[in-house]
Design a protein around this ligand. Structure first.
Ligand code: 3H9
Length: 692
């Protein structure tokens, strides 16, 4: 088998897995390992066995892309039982990561040796799963349930040092882990194989069971409906109540049912989409990003301040620029107050705050941006203002500096036209609050240099963001789709739903907030100003603003907020106003089910997503999903809007849109050509990407 090569060294068979990039346990690897173990057992010249690996990882786990495919023997649990039952001792030589099924391989071995940089973990929970190859049964038996359960619940790996302390590893060696594993294997062969992990029930005590039950209770309380948490509890509990074989059967049954659960499918889709999004068309490893050692942010408002914090948090000095001292002082004070909240919460030390504040250098006047390697403009959202700033930047900025606008909607080429360096101008669109939200839309207009785009992407990652490269076009990806949802929400009010019903539908779907609670929080005047500038009308939203109900900051908006309350209460005046507007528009209002509300909110977004794909503003449907998960709190376990649409069925969505378009008489709601075509073919958005 090509992926496993075996050499024999002083009576120890070394089976090395070489399945780039991360030695995932695909069918060929499992078959190769099974053959290597069987062969070593049959070879009289072999006394012990080492499982080692080539490349940067020991084993990153089961091959996630095989889940949901027809099973190919041997299954991982069967392979691991064979390893554990090997008559000749088997030792794992761990370098890099041993994750999921990778750690389960090590757990089935009779000894484990690692390099100091190794990381060991069972991250299945993050994919909506639980360990499915004996991990829930072997790990508690090895290191106690009270230690093993939190590791499986968080999915976070532990260091080699920690694993050694916990008894998960036998040895940590500074170098040549294979030789050290071979020595341990020889010793085990000489002294007689140690008891199998699956049979070491002696480590399970009543005290451990009680400690585990307390942790389990807490975990179930916080599980938020995720079925894998309850499954994990059930599987680990079996360690105390059943034999290993029975417990393993429980684990297997739970694992297999979770694999087919929509939530796990969604999380697995997100795992691959996160990796795909990093691949940018036309930008390979030969395109080297420019060096970024300093930054400048123009505009010390909420957005500019948040962006400056991102640089300071990443240790990059940043000049924060305003035109007037008072605005600059306000900006710096706001940043300081935001850091204070982290200090109070205990997530930031006072020293760290002080250091970050020294990295933020307030300055007056655009000339202060002259030395920066990247300048991000976060000024007022008006083309004239932006063009003036970029015109000046073109004169004073360092040659080769990246000149980025944080605009949410405006045309980047028009901004770039104010400069003589189109090759350096692009969009870097952060999301509010900029120091928290992970999404960064990197807007790539025609004419920008590839290395400028690569720089923005690399920088985004350094700032802890998830950069998604998007094309230029009104609202780019996220806000363009959000506008559809906002319009749909307004239509629903006039048609008969109430603000709290619309919000409840989205919260029920998994969002933290609905559109009206969100609008009240952000300030209804923001959208109002933008509609007026574009000559657009939204009868309910406009009337609410005309009444001065801007949201939480004025004590009322779509809801009432008595005495600064953060949760709004239903407002009879708003509800009466909506009813009046419906009458004025000749609409007979009717009630809507939650399901209808959801369809009316989300289908137009999906339709816009299809148009965005047609126009190549987003490279892949998965990129759109990543935008919505990281910028708009779309629940990851729902996979993003395009994944959701695939799971509902594109034919269903196309039919619903067609019906709505006819009912309202709005052609814009008719299914986009791409959606129509895929629906007619019985296809999914996922078919547009290589993974299908
Ligand atoms: C499991 O084990 C279940 C068992 O309990 C029971 C089974 C019965 N499978 O992240 P990167 C690909 S569940 C398939 O960019 P890094 C990845 O898609 C599994 N592919 O690199 C990418 O491909 P491409 C539990 C995988 O250095 C490439 O490898 N394990 C897998 O930043 C490089 O990945 C996990 O959840 C996989 N398991 O990080 C671990 N892993 O180049 C998941 C990676 O085509 N993996 N790929 O885009 C990770 O956390 C990170 O990938 C890792 C490397 C830390 C390993």
């Amino acid at each position: 088998m090509g992926l496993i090569s075996t050499t024999v060294l002083r009576k120890v068979a070394i089976a090395t897995i070489d399945n780039p990039p991360v030695n995932a346990l695909g069918a060929a690897v499992r078959q190769g390992l099974a053959a290597a173990i069987a062969q070593a057992n049959a070879d009289a010249g072999v006394a012990a066995i080492v499982i080692a690996s080539a490349g940067k990882a020991f084993i990153a786990g089961a091959d996630i892309s095989e889940f949901g495919e027809p099973p190919v023997a041997p299954s991982l649990p069967d392979l691991l039982d064979a390893i554990e039952a090997s008559a000749k001792p088997v030792v794992a030589a761990i370098q890099g990561v041993a994750l999921g099924g990778g750690l389960e391989v090590a757990l089935a071995c009779h000894g484990r040796v690692a390099l100091p940089g190794a990381k060991l973990g069972l991250p299945e929970i993050k994919l909506g799963l639980i360990p499915g190859a004996g991990g829930t049964q072997r790990l508690p038996r090895l290191i106690r349930a009270a230690k093993a359960f939190p590791m499986m619940l968080s999915g976070e790996p532990v260091s080699a040092g920690q694993a050694l302390d916990d008894g998960l590893l036998d040895e940590v060696v500074p170098s040549d882990v294979v030789a050290a594993a071979a020595r341990l294997a020889e010793a085990l062969a000489a002294e007689g194989r140690r008891p199998m992990t699956s049979a070491t029930n002696g480590t399970l005590t009543e005290a451990d069971r009680e400690a585990f039950e307390a942790l389990a209770k807490d975990a179930l309380r916080k599980a938020d409906g995720m079925p894998n948490v309850a499954a994990l509890v059930e599987a680990v509990r079996a360690v105390f109540t059943m034999s290993y074989a029975e417990g393993q059967a429980v684990e297997r049954k739970l694992f297999l049912s979770l694999v087919t659960d929509e939530r796990s499918k969604a999380l697995r889709h997100v795992f691959f989409a996160e990796r795909e999004v990093a691949k940018v068309r036309g930008i390979g490893p030969e395109v080297k990003p420019r060096e970024i050692a300093s930054a400048a942010v123009i505009g010390a408002g909420t957005m500019g301040g948040g962006i400056a914090m991102c640089f300071a948090n990443a240790g990059i000095p940043v000049t924060l620029i305003e035109t007037a001292q008072a605005a600059l002082d306000n900006g710096v004070n706001r940043i300081s107050a935001t850091y204070d909240i982290s200090v109070q919460r205990g997530s930031l030390t006072l020293e760290a705050k002080a250091h970050r504040m020294t990295l933020i250098r307030p300055a007056l006047g655009i000339a202060a941006a002259a030395g920066a390697d990247v300048v991000i403009e976060a000024a007022f959202e008006e083309m004239g203002v932006k063009q003036q700033i970029f015109g000046e930047l073109s004169k004073i900025a360092k040659p080769g500096a990246i000149l980025a606008s944080n605009t949410s909607y405006l045309d980047i080429p028009t901004i770039a036209a104010a400069t003589t360096r189109q090759q350096d101008v692009l969009g870097m669109h952060f999301f509010s609050p900029a120091n928290v939200m992970k999404l960064l839309e990197v807007v790539r207009p025609q004419g920008v240099a590839d290395d400028a785009v690569a720089t923005a992407v690399t920088l985004g990652r350094k700032l802890g963001k998830v950069p998604v490269v998007v094309g230029n076009g009104f609202g780019f990806v996220g806000n363009r789709m959000l506008e559809q949802r906002t319009r749909a929400a307004e239509r629903l009010l006039v048609a008969g739903a109430l603000p709290h019903e619309v919000d409840a539908a989205l919260v029920g779907f998994g969002f933290k907030m609905g559109p009206f609670a969100m609008a009240d929080l952000a300030g209804n005047d923001v959208g109002w100003r933008s509609r007026k500038a574009r000559g657009l009308k939204a009868p309910v939203a406009d009337a609410i603003c005309e009444a001065g109900w801007f949201g939480q900051k004025t004590g009322r908006g779509y809801y009432i907020y008595p005495q600064g309350a953060r949760a709004g209460q239903r407002c009879p005046e708003v509800e009466a106003l909506i009813a009046r507007i419906a009458i004025e528009n000749g609409v007979t209002r009717r009630s809507f089910t939650q399901e209808e509300i959801l369809a009316r909110l989300l289908d137009p977004m999906v339709n816009e997503g299809a148009r965005i794909l047609e126009a190549a503003i987003a490279a892949r449907p998965g990129d759109i999903d990543i935008v919505w998960i990281n910028g708009y709190n779309w629940p990851a376990w729902r996979g993003g809007p395009m994944f959701w649409a695939d799971s509902v069925g594109l034919d269903v969505i196309a039919k619903r849109l067609q019906a709505q378009a006819a009912e309202i008489g709005d052609k814009a709601l008719e299914p986009a050509p791409l959606l129509k075509r895929l629906a007619a073919e019985g296809n999914r958005f996922a078919s547009l990407t290589s993974r299908g």
